[in-house]
Design a protein around this ligand. Structure first.
Ligand SMILES: [Zn+2]
Length: 63
């Protein structure tokens, strides 16, 4: 699932460099910020900020 780099940066800025999953700062996470679709592209989810969520692998969205 690829998200354009520019959009990834927008999500990171919205999140204020924190994980949107557990709210921990990325400096403490020790992983690379990763952007996931909330509604997958395969289910017609958009690549817009309101359908994107920033977290750090191996965290992942469930459901
Ligand atoms: Zn996290």
């Amino acid at each position: 699932m690829t998200v354009p780099r520019a959009i990834e940066l927008e999500v990171a800025r919205r999140a204020e460099q924190r994980c949107e999953y557990c709210r921990m700062h990325q400096a403490l996470h020790g992983a690379t910020f990763h952007v996931e679709h909330i509604i997958p592209r395969s289910r017609n989810g958009s690549t817009q900020l309101d359908n994107l969520f920033g977290l750090f692998p191996p965290e992942q969205l469930t459901g």
